[in-house]
Design a protein. Structure first.
Length: 63
């Protein structure tokens, strides 16, 4: 898995934890953390798909 995808997954986990803590304290700031989770998960998905497509293109051009 690409390094940037792993970083994005770490941000996803931290954003979910921050949202839970924020909502537990009664703050609506958790909505911002949920949005951050959405962006980070899309970034992770993008880099995973990009790595998969790069590997497929590399194997197709080699053989």
């Amino acid at each position: 898995m690409p390094r940037l995808a792993l970083y994005a997954l770490a941000v996803c986990a931290l954003a979910v934890a921050a949202a839970v803590v924020s909502f537990a304290r009664g703050s609506w700031l958790g909505i911002v953390w949920i949005l951050m989770f959405g962006v980070a998960s899309n970034i992770a998905w993008y880099y995973v798909r990009k790595a998969k497509n790069d590997r497929a293109a590399e194997s197709a051009s080699a053989g």
